[in-house]
Design a binder for this molecule. Structure first.
Ligand code: ADP
Length: 614
């Protein structure tokens, strides 16, 4: 049965019940009204007719009395007039016999009246003497008069009684009708309730079932099958619903299989990697990790990063999530130390955010590259360099001393040629000495042996002290040197002697590579908890391809030919800035100039306020 048919049946049923009750009641009320009307009308007519007959008889009787008293004319006239009226009323009654006993009485009445009429005619006859008239009146007319009256009374009473009986009957019928009406109403209510219940069962229950199923599917229970018993529209909907759930199940199955495959492949690929790598969800729970990650840091899948004793890892992860870009540690060396079974290891940690298609962070990858070997090599290299430098320094001092003595001709006069050779030998020895000095500096800074005394220094003071020694050289070289620092710069944490080296290296380079007419400008800007200083020149610039290597030790731009340096200056700058907790960088375009910049940690906000007030 279709839904439409079920609805039609439900509501149609109720409609039929209403119609049956309505028709039944209308017909009952009509028939009751009709029967009351007919009975009342007919009986009433008889009662009225009897009443008229009695009145006419009374007047005829008084007409007879007039005749008796000698008023013949008036008496006869009255008799004749009321005879007609009696006759008329009698005819009405004759034609209106409704009761079983009425007919007999009416016939008797007719008969009696005929007798009364013939007697009264005798009364009206003037030929009869007064005495005879009087006798006739009392012996015939009077008894007849009484009998007619009684008969009419009888008929009248009969009809009145019938009216009362009919009234009671109608009352009874109304009561029965009322009772029937109650019963029918009760039955109709029960029937309607039954129809409603059935309709509810047919329509509401399956819909409720469907809603529950939709809810279950929303919660991920795709194995559910909606029970379907009907073939109507709701049944079809249930079938469509089951088909949809089946498709979803299939999708999930293939998706799950694919996901499992990808997960296994990822896990296997990760396992073959020697580095510490862990993939985390946005809440910081580890999803997959390499064997090294599990063994070295305990980064096991389903572990919460915050539960591990590495707060720096959590910081790194949160920074990556927040910033949406790759982050490394802020420590100077960019390396964390970690002991595994008593063995010292070094790692370079990085966190790379994973972005979904909506550019939202869907997690992060933690990569900790093992740099222990590199670190050891660097340490070895550093110690070899510093040992060699140390070892060379003493003989070199002797050589420089000897050259000095020779050039001063303390050991005898020199020819011009000899002096020339010795001067260039002295220059080379000085250069060698400078190189050894720089190498020893680097060694000291990198090994952490150079003691740093950090104190808060206002940038303007620091910059003007650093720039001062170069003003003359700039003027001589035809290069303008400008310093433009913003007003409210906070103080920075520095070791002034070390930072002086940084400025010295950057400024001397800028001067070296800027042609006369050029400009060197020094600016600074606050950046979160740092202040970044920039030294820009309009000099020869550095080709793009060399930019990544510019801060390496012993690196010099080949195109610029041999100069006085050996490529250690920028390496020292980098070491010193990083030892201060800052970073260095360069931007340059060949032929357009270069900008070297570095950042230094600033003091707290209070310090800025304090400085503003003073
Ligand atoms: P050096 O002491 O030999 O100058 P640095 O480490 O100071 O070594 O510099 C490395 C190289 O970087 C230089 O040889 C030069 O080629 C390039 N360089 C440094 N500063 C500048 C600059 N301001 N403009 C152009 N090139 C520069």
């Amino acid at each position: 049965m279709s839904l439409r048919q079920k609805l039609a049946l439900g509501f149609g049923g109720i409609l039929v019940v209403i119609a049956v009750i309505g028709v039944h009641n209308i017909s009952r009320i009509t028939s009751l009204g009709q029967s009351i009307d007919v009975i009342l009308r007919e009986n009433y007519r008889s009662v009225v007719a009897c009443q008229e007959m009695k009145e006419a008889l009374d007047r005829m009787d008084s007409g007879a009395v007039f005749v008796l008293l000698g008023a013949d004319e008036k008496g006869n006239e009255q008799i004749a007039k009321h005879d007609v009226m009696f006759e008329k009323a009698l005819q009405i009654e004759v034609n209106n016999i409704t009761l079983p006993l009425e007919r007999g009485q009416v016939e008797r009445l007719t008969h009696l009246f005929q007798q009364y009429r013939s007697s009264i005619k005798t009364m009206g006859n003037p030929a009869i003497g007064r005495e005879a008239r009087r006798r006739t009146y009392f012996s015939e007319l009077q008894p007849l008069f009484q009998q007619i009256k009684e008969t009419a009374d009888d008929i009248q009473r009969m009809n009145q009684e019938n009216m009362v009986a009919m009234d009671q009957k109608a009352r009874r019928q109304a009561e029965v009708g009322q009772r029937q009406m109650y019963i029918m109403l009760l039955a109709a209510t029960a029937l309607s309730a039954a129809f409603l219940y059935l309709t509810g069962g047919w329509i509401l229950r399956p819909i409720t079932r469907l809603i529950r199923s939709a809810e279950e599917i929303r919660q991920g229970n795709l194995d559910l099958v909606v029970q379907n018993t009907s073939r109507d529209e709701i049944g079809q909907l249930s079938e469509a619903f089951n088909a949809m759930a089946a498709s979803l199940r299939e999708f999930r199955r293939t998706d799950q299989a694919k996901l499992l495959r990808v997960q296994r492949a990822t896990q296997q690929a990760l396992n073959s990697l020697p580095d510490v790598i862990a993939v985390l969800d946005p809440d910081g729970v580890i999803e997959v990790s390499t064997e090294a990650a599990r063994e070295v840091f305990g980064l096991k899948p389903a572990t919460w990063l915050q539960d591990l004793p590495y707060p720096w890892m959590t910081d790194l992860f949160e920074q990556a999530l927040r910033g949406g870009h790759q982050t490394g540690p802020r420590e100077t060396s960019g390396v964390v130390q970690h002991f595994v079974r008593g063995e010292e290891l070094f790692f370079h940690p990085e966190a790379i955010p994973i972005m979904d298609s909506d550019k939202q962070t869907a997690g992060a990858v933690l990569v900790l590259s093992d740099v222990t070997r590199q670190r050891h090599q660097d340490e070895l290299k550093g110690s070899v360099i510093s040992t060699v430098s140390h070892q060379l320094k003493t003989p070199l001092t002797s050589v420089r001393m000897a050259l000095h003595l020779l050039l001063e001709e303390k050991v005898g006069p020199l020819t011009e040629k000899q002096a020339e050779l010795l001067v260039s030998a002295r220059e080379e020895a000085e250069r060698l000495d400078r190189i050894l000095g720089e190498l020893l500096d680097i060694g000291r800074i990198e090994s952490g042996k150079a003691p740093m005394e950090l104190r808060p220094v206002p940038p303007p003071e620091m910059v003007s002290e650093a720039v001062e020694p170069y003003r003359n050289a700039a003027r001589d070289g035809g290069v303008s040197l400008t310093v433009a620092l913003p007003d409210a710069l906070p103080r920075v944490w520095v070791d002034p002697t070390q930072i002086a080296h940084v400025f010295a290296n950057l400024l001397s380079n800028a001067l070296k590579y800027t042609l006369p007419g050029g400009t060197i400008s020094i600016t600074a800007k606050e950046e979160e908890e740092f202040v970044r200083f920039r030294i820009s020149d309009t000099g020869v610039g550095i080709p793009d391809r060399y930019l990544p290597r510019i801060f390496e030790q012993f690196f010099r731009v080949p195109e610029q030919g041999p100069g006085t340096g050996v490529g250690l200056g920028l390496a020292i700058v980098k070491d010193i800035v990083e030892a201060h907790g800052g970073t260095v960088g360069v931007e340059s375009r060949e032929g357009m100039g270069s900008t070297f910049h570095f950042s230094l940690r600033r003091t707290g906000r209070d310090a800025v306020e304090e400085r503003k007030r003073t």
